[in-house]
Design a protein around this ligand. Structure first.
Ligand SMILES: Nc1ncnc2c1ncn2[C@@H]1O[C@H](COP(=O)(O)OP(=O)(O)OP(=O)(O)O)[C@@H](O)[C@H]1O
Ligand SMILES: [Mg+2]
Length: 333
């Protein structure tokens, strides 16, 4: 019987060491009776058993949990090494048992979800407010020229909402990994020429020259539909954030097993401190400027997703006032 008890205890101790949650038991004299492996590693202590808890545990939150006057149970969020933990403290036969679990990923997820919903609502609110105004004005207006003018405004806002919804759907599909990447050898030059054609109207507005420097037989193994979305976003940015009479140039080179496709522009450039942020959803360097050109800040996060879905990488180099270069590295295998 006692042999069996021993083996159960051993199994339990092993199990507690296997947990990715912390467990600490403090005895009536406020000495540490037990800590599982996770707790020891997280709090960076070795052989704490029998020592006074205040000599071993230097974390203020744990300190106050252990010292707290509780009857039965206490539940609190605490911080250990900059991460958020949910801690439960129990009084069992005069001993204090502390259990804690890292909830940082959950908290970050909750925050990201909250930010996402508020960003989308905000982006939809502006065009809807404009549309409401347009409808109210057109209802009362009789001059056909004024009506036409207002409808033009409405059309622009509808296009904005349409492109936001499209981008959100693309992102949602990419994130759910619902659609598999279907790689085929694609002639890059032709795909870029097609994109140039689609964007020619916005390039012409600023008299921007589009240069496709890729040789006609160069191929890349990509998902044609997704890669054309990636190219469209990069080239559209290179045009939108360019100066009057600017240039957009596409080059490619092979390095090791990668094709490095670069989109270079002679535009306004991106400040250094914004560079790490531009691939984040909804991030825009200058919100008011971006709104004028109709952006919502989703384009580059789509570019990053598509590149990563191809096991590739995307990099950016930029100098304010001179221009930017976006380099997409796609494995050739
Ligand atoms: N080639 C570029 N030159 C200068 N700034 C750029 C360039 N590309 C992107 N940016 C900056 O990075 C921000 C994020 O780009 P992104 O393409 O994600 O969003 P957007 O162009 O504002 O909107 P969307 O692409 O969703 O219509 C832009 O708002 C802009 O400030
Ligand atoms: Mg963009």
């Amino acid at each position: 019987m006692s042999k069996m008890k021993n083996s159960t205890e051993e199994t339990l101790t092993e199990f507690l060491d296997y947990l990715k949650e912390g467990l600490i038991v403090i005895d009536e004299e406020k000495n540490i009776e037990y800590m599982n492996r996770y707790a020891k590693e997280l709090l960076n202590v070795e052989a704490p058993e029998g020592k006074r808890f205040s000599d071993v545990l230097k974390n203020n939150y744990l300190f106050s949990l252990i010292s707290a006057d509780i009857n039965k149970e206490l539940k609190e969020e605490i911080v250990i090494n900059d991460d958020i933990f949910l801690a439960r403290v129990l009084n069992i036969n005069g001993k204090r048992v502390i259990h804690f679990q890292d909830i940082t990923p959950f908290e970050l997820y909750k925050q990201a979800k909250k930010d996402f919903v508020s960003n989308v609502s905000h982006e939809l609110k502006t065009p809807i407010t404009v549309l409401k105004g347009v409808v109210e004005t057109v209802e009362k207006e009789e001059d056909i020229n004024v009506i036409k003018d207002f409808l033009k405004k409405a059309k622009k806002r509808i296009q904005q909402m349409d492109s936001l919804i499209n981008d959100l759907l693309i992102l949602a599909k990419l994130e759910s990994k619902e659609e598999k990447i279907q790689k085929k050898k694609i002639k890059l030059k032709a795909l870029i020429n097609q994109t140039f054609e689609d964007l020619q109207h916005i390039a012409s507005e600023k008299n921007i020259t589009l240069k496709n420097n890729i040789s006609s037989n160069f191929t890349v193994p990509v998902d044609e539909k997704k890669f054309s979305i990636l190219l469209k976003n990069l080239i559209e940015n290179a045009i939108k954030y360019n100066k009057q009479n600017g240039i957009v140039e596409i080059n490619v080179k092979k390095s090791e097993n990668y094709a490095e496709i670069s989109v270079v522009d002679t535009g306004i450039g991106i400040p250094k401190d914004s560079l790490p942020l531009i691939f984040e959803r909804f991030y825009r360097v200058d919100k008011s400027r971006s709104r004028n050109v109709g952006g919502t800040g989703l384009g580059l996060s789509i570019v990053k997703h598509i590149t990563e879905a191809h096991n590739g990488k995307v990099e950016v180099k930029s100098e304010v006032g001179k221009g930017s270069e976006f380099i997409v590295k796609i494995p050739l295998e």
